[in-house]
Ligand binder design. Structure first.
Ligand SMILES: [Zn+2]
Length: 263
């Protein structure tokens, strides 16, 4: 029996028997795992805090061949990110981050990239006043890890260039009227090729320019600041993109939408 020692962030927690919980967690080293945490519902056992959503634990577990559940031998709370469970908007965002990862196939060799992204995003969400831009950066990064970043350079339908390129400058969009992000083709439709179907959503030039700049300079400081409208349009565009990719609606996104963009 192999014993694995690693860190894990709780993505999902389910009641099990009277006092226990089944935790699904994303590990730093071996992808996603699920296992029973004995006393996960018992405050007296000291394990209840380790069975909360979004907490970071240090874990030691063993895997039994043929079993879906690992056997958790030791579990120690490292970081609990309290604001994520106290503030409703933060909770909805953290829930959305978790649900997206629950949909992803995460091979062990890529586990650390996904884990670091989630840990960084949960930390930022925990410490920050607003969540919209953290969410956008998270989605953009996740698209890269999944290998499905949209093509933003040329129209996916007719091939026309979407940018005015001058050396030494950030390219400006060639069209001032809206384009579309087409999830089924994995890229942008120029204004002439815009169509009406359920896989395409409109993007104004400013949103497209912001998206391109962030995607090109992923993880670095950004020269372009997004407006609320950019983030709102890209929220709809990414939502459609993920729904298409995973072949289902992301439920927590619906909840998130009902509680955001009120102004
Ligand atoms: Zn076109």
């Amino acid at each position: 029996m192999k014993i694995i020692e690693t860190e894990g962030i709780v993505l999902k927690t389910m009641d099990f028997k009277e006092m226990d919980s089944i935790l699904t967690f994303l590990t730093r080293d071996v992808g996603k795992k699920a296992g029973v945490l004995y006393g996960g519902k018992s405050v007296r056992s000291g394990n209840a805090a380790k069975a909360e959503m979004f907490v970071l634990n240090h874990l030691e577990f063993s895997e039994k061949p043929g079993s879906d559940l690992v056997r958790i031998r030791k579990c120690e709370l490292l970081e609990s990110f309290p604001p994520l469970r106290k503030n409703y908007s933060k909770f909805l965002h953290a829930n959305y981050f978790s649900e997206l990862l629950l949909q992803c196939e995460i091979p062990a060799v890529e586990s650390q990239d996904y884990f670091e992204l989630l840990k960084k995003s949960m930390t930022q969400l925990s410490n920050s006043k607003t969540a919209e831009e953290i969410k956008f950066n998270y989605e953009l990064h996740l698209l890269k890890l999944l290998g499905i970043q949209p093509n933003l350079e040329t129209c996916v339908h007719c091939g026309t260039d979407l940018w005015q390129k001058e050396s030494g400058r950030i390219p400006a969009p060639k069209f001032s009227v809206p384009c579309q992000l087409d999830a089924s083709l994995g890229g942008i439709r120029c204004p002439k090729c815009c169509i009406s179907n359920s896989y395409s959503v409109g993007l104004h030039a400013g949103s497209l320019a912001f998206l391109r700049e962030r995607q090109t300079r992923l993880g670095m400081d950004s020269a372009i600041r997004p407006t609320q409208n950019n983030l709102k349009e890209l929220d709809q565009a990414f939502s459609l993109y993920f729904n298409y990719f995973f072949g289902r609606n992301i439920k927590s996104h619906t909840l998130l939408m009902e509680n955001s963009w009120k102004n």
